[in-house]
Write a protein that binds this ligand. Structure first.
Ligand code: NSS
Length: 432
């Protein structure tokens, strides 16, 4: 039986057996209090005669048999087990993780640290986010597809590519499924995928991983506004249902959800140039590559710091719309009405969390695409198949990508994106 199932008044006085791991252990003269954690992270207190638990250690695996007793003094819901027998499956060695540990040790021992209740709570919230994201797409008529993760070309610029040897040629780990999803919309209509994306991010930040879960969507015959509507509906649906499904876990994490309750469409659409004006008015500065500071100006990309500044007082997400194409990849469509402006938008999460999605309309002109590829030091020859999509019946189309860990970080209020994934991959970490 699981620990949660025992917490049922109709079981009081009945005999049960609970399997799990020793979460906490307190020995007294005659009795011992063993907090047993089950395989879903719920715990129940078991009171056992002290002589039955000689040699027992934290994280030993056990099965306790005893009678259920309702006792308001018992932790975790007022139920406990008056244990008669304990079967010990494995006596754990001295556990390397105590109550207060450095972040580094917790990461080195992640295979064990994921037994902590904080990690379990976040993992459950993440599972809900994934499940609800899938449900939204299914309910709204989008088809699930799978794109390859070993590819020949960059999508998001060459500087964050992981190169690998693929038999006798060079290949890369995919940064985004987008180009493949673009190929699929001509025969499959609106499509979506959830695949790992890889970025050789050279910077250490609280929002970059080298491998992340990428939820992407692409559809034919859509405008930028159609894409933004899709994004805000999807994100609102996921959040409203996650806070219902995972109220207990969010409360455990002490996440005040009053702001999440307000996440309903429509989200604000803030034109890029207004965003720059706001930052300039606040005297916000851009940092050059050499570390020097200067006033932010039209044409700059929005840095992590400027996104934090723009969203720090907001309690709902916003779209920044119409970035200069010069700061965006080759596939972004230029606004036919405004030269140099992209039909593109990023969704920024409030309270400083920053970008969680990026999307827009795709460029149709082969000349523009190949010219911009060259500017990005990419070889158009590597993209012949992609360019075919513009040669054979191209239509206005677009889509977006959402970083699952970024969304989970915001929902759980996690300090660092590494907390939102069980085995994070970063520049300095590829183990465990
Ligand atoms: O680079 S993106 O901004 N855009 C794309 O990859 C498009 N090709 C997606 C598309 O239109 N199909 O990444 C999209 C999102 C971004 O908003 C983040 O939420 C997330 O993917 N992202 C990341 N999350 C974690 N770590 C890293 N390094 C990362 N890079 C992007």
């Amino acid at each position: 039986m699981r620990a949660d199932e025992v917490k049922d008044a109709s079981l009081a006085g009945k005999e049960v057996a609970v399997r799990g791991w020793v979460h906490r252990l307190r020995r007294q003269k005659e009795n011992a209090f063993v907090l047993v954690r089950d395989d879903r992270g719920a715990v129940i207190q078991c009171v056992l005669p002290a002589d039955k638990i000689a040699g027992l250690t934290i994280e030993s695996s056990v099965e306790v048999t005893g009678t259920v007793s309702q006792d308001p003094r018992a932790p975790e819901g007022g139920f406990e087990i008056k244990g008669k027998e304990i079967k010990i499956y494995n006596v754990a060695l001295e556990y390397p993780i105590g109550e207060y540990q450095s972040d580094e040790l917790l990461l080195d021992k992640r295979h064990l640290a994921l037994r902590t209740r904080k990690m379990i709570a976040i993992a459950k919230i993440r599972a809900s986010v994934l499940n609800l994201g899938r449900r939204w797409f299914v309910e709204n008529g989008w088809m699930e597809v799978t794109a390859p993760t070993i590819v020949k070309g960059a999508v998001e610029g060459g500087s964050t590519l992981f190169k690998l040897r693929y038999f006798d040629q060079d290949a890369y780990l995919s940064q985004s499924a987008q180009l493949y999803l673009e190929a699929m919309i001509f025969s499959l209509g609106p499509v979506w995928s959830l695949t790992p994306s890889f970025r050789a991010e050279k910077s250490r930040t609280v929002r970059h991983l080298a491998e992340f879960s990428h939820l992407e969507a692409e559809a034919p015959w859509v405008s930028l506004e159609d894409i933004l509507k899709t994004e805000e509906q999807l994100v609102s649906y996921v959040i409203q249902n996650t806070i219902k499904e995972r109220a207990e876990e969010l409360a455990f994490l002490k996440r005040d959800i009053s702001d999440l309750k307000k996440v309903v469409p429509p989200f604000e659409r803030l034109p890029y140039e207004k965003a720059i004006d706001i930052l300039r008015e606040r005297g916000f500065q851009a940092t050059e590559d050499d570390g020097s500071k200067r006033a932010i100006r039209f044409g700059d990309d929005l840095s992590i710091d400027s996104e934090r500044e723009l969203t720090k007082d907001a309690d709902r997400p916003m779209f920044v719309v119409g970035y200069p194409i010069a700061v965006k990849p080759f596939y972004v469509k230029e606004d036919p009405q405004r030269s140099g402006v992209g039909l593109t938008a990023d969704m920024l999460a409030p309270r400083g969390f920053g970008e969680i999605t990026s999307g827009g309309q795709r460029e149709d002109s082969i000349d523009s695409i190949t010219g911009r590829m060259k500017k990005e030091n990419l070889k158009p020859e590597d993209y012949e198949w992609y360019l075919d999509l513009r040669r054979y019946g191209s239509v206005p189309h677009g889509g977006f990508g959402l970083g699952i860990e970024r969304l989970v970080r915001w929902i759980t209020n996690a300090d660092d994106i590494k907390d939102t994934i069980l085995f994070p991959r970063t520049m300095s970490r590829v183990e465990p």
